[in-house]
Design a protein around this ligand. Structure first.
Ligand SMILES: NC(=O)c1ccc[n+]([C@@H]2O[C@H](COP(=O)([O-])OP(=O)(O)OC[C@H]3O[C@@H](n4cnc5c(N)ncnc54)[C@H](O)[C@@H]3O)[C@@H](O)[C@H]2O)c1
Ligand SMILES: [Zn+2]
Length: 348
């Protein structure tokens, strides 16, 4: 599938075996050297496979760089360490950083690729459901600061994205669920069909439909990014559930995964949407029902709203002290750029 961008469009290859990745990189335009960035979990399953393929089929010199798994690794410190490794490995601009793992690895590795030598080749090989349906498309890269997530970063598109659906077989159940949260988000903003589909199936059946899910989500996200690569307008809709969700995630680290926090964020934002008369109660009820079905958190009473609000003000979308939200109008349709003051949220 192609993501058509003005200058730097690229392919998302869905359903290719990891063992073959070296072949895809065998072209001279990917340089002689590849730094594979992965985390220690993913490395135990797939590190060797990818390195061997790059050496054998791609004829590359390869360095494997492993970080600790988890959001705590998405830091400036690790950015610097990886850059030092690139330098020691004498990587040139034509060489490639390949990320093998979830969204943490692709955000961090993409960021390094975008700033080392002012930008070297970047290939993403997402292995978590969340990264396959969301993080790997759209070119947002970056790291966290103590005050909030993704506060430093860049827009940097990969040369291509390579997805082996089979990697999801080793993904722990909680991680699959958080991927489903982003799938629900895509359904809520743009595809009633996807919501109908998730309602029709259950968790076990959905596992047999990964290919459909990944392709459908890459398509939805790709279409939005094609229209607004740098988030000047429309792309904001992808942040549904995230203004609230990011603040929950950071406030309670490491209690909620990103997807779990987004699930709570979607409920919080849909609740506000209903209270402001933008959507009907029915939309909120349907969202909650589907989150329950996939065993995702939905009870916003679990979070201390004042604490979460105090972190929301660091959100990147804050304008002149007002929080900007994306609110559902109905399933599959949202309204963006709605400004709400923190004080008025407390009253709802
Ligand atoms: N750039 C974007 O557009 C974008 C979009 C959404 C999310 N994100 C970012 O993505 C991150 C969350 O991504 P994530 O949920 O993939 O987190 P993650 O990278 O931490 O991966 C989740 C866990 O799953 C493990 N894992 C991954 N693939 C596996 C596999 N195939 N088998 C076994 N274990 C595996 C990892 O080791 C990790 O423990 C957040 O930092 C979020 O901000 C970015
Ligand atoms: Zn997200």
């Amino acid at each position: 599938m192609k993501v058509n961008l003005k200058n730097n469009g690229y392919f998302v290859c869905v359903g290719y075996p990891l063992e073959e990745i070296g072949r895809k990189l065998s072209d001279k335009k990917f340089g002689k050297k590849v730094l594979v960035l992965t985390d220690k979990n993913v490395s135990t399953f797939y590190g060797k496979k990818v390195v061997q393929s790059l050496k054998k089929l791609g004829k590359k010199e390869v360095v494997l760089f492993e970080i600790n798994p988890g959001e705590e690794s998405k830091t400036f410190e690790n950015t610097y360490k990886i850059i030092c490794e690139c330098f020691d490995f004498k990587m040139e601009r034509i060489d490639t950083v390949l990320t093998l793992g979830g969204g943490v690895v692709s955000d961090l590795g993409g960021f390094v690729a975008s700033i080392y030598l002012r930008g070297i080749n970047f290939v993403a090989c997402p292995t978590s459901l969340l990264a396959q349906v969301d993080a790997s498309v759209g070119g947002k890269t970056g790291v966290d600061l103590p005050w909030g997530k993704n506060l430093v970063g860049s827009f940097y598109q990969p040369a291509f994205v390579y997805i082996d659906i089979k990697t999801l077989d080793t993904l722990p159940e909680r991680e699959i669920k958080q991927g489903i949260a982003e799938v629900i988000k895509h359904g809520m903003i743009k595809s009633k069909n996807l919501i109908d589909f998730l309602e029709k199936f259950d968790f076990e059946k959905v596992k047999k439909k990964y290919r459909y899910i990944v392709e459908e989500n890459v398509k939805i996200k790709g279409e939005v990014v094609e229209k607004d690569e740098k988030e000047k307008g429309l792309r904001e809709i992808l942040n549904f559930g995230h203004t609230f969700g990011h603040a929950v995630e950071i406030t309670y680290l490491p209690k909620y995964t990103h997807g779990e926090a987004v699930a709570l964020g979607m409920v919080g934002e849909t609740f506000l949407s209903w209270k402001l008369g933008i959507c009907k109660k029915e939309t909120l009820d349907r969202l909650i029902k589907i989150l329950k079905k996939y065993n995702l958190p939905y009870n916003v009473k679990e979070v201390k709203i004042r604490k979460v609000l105090s972190l929301m003000k660091y959100d990147k979308k804050v304008r002149q002290g007002k929080l900007r939200f994306v609110f559902p109008e109905r399933i599959g349709k949202v309204k963006r750029g709605i400004e709400v003051t923190p004080g008025s949220i407390l009253k709802k």
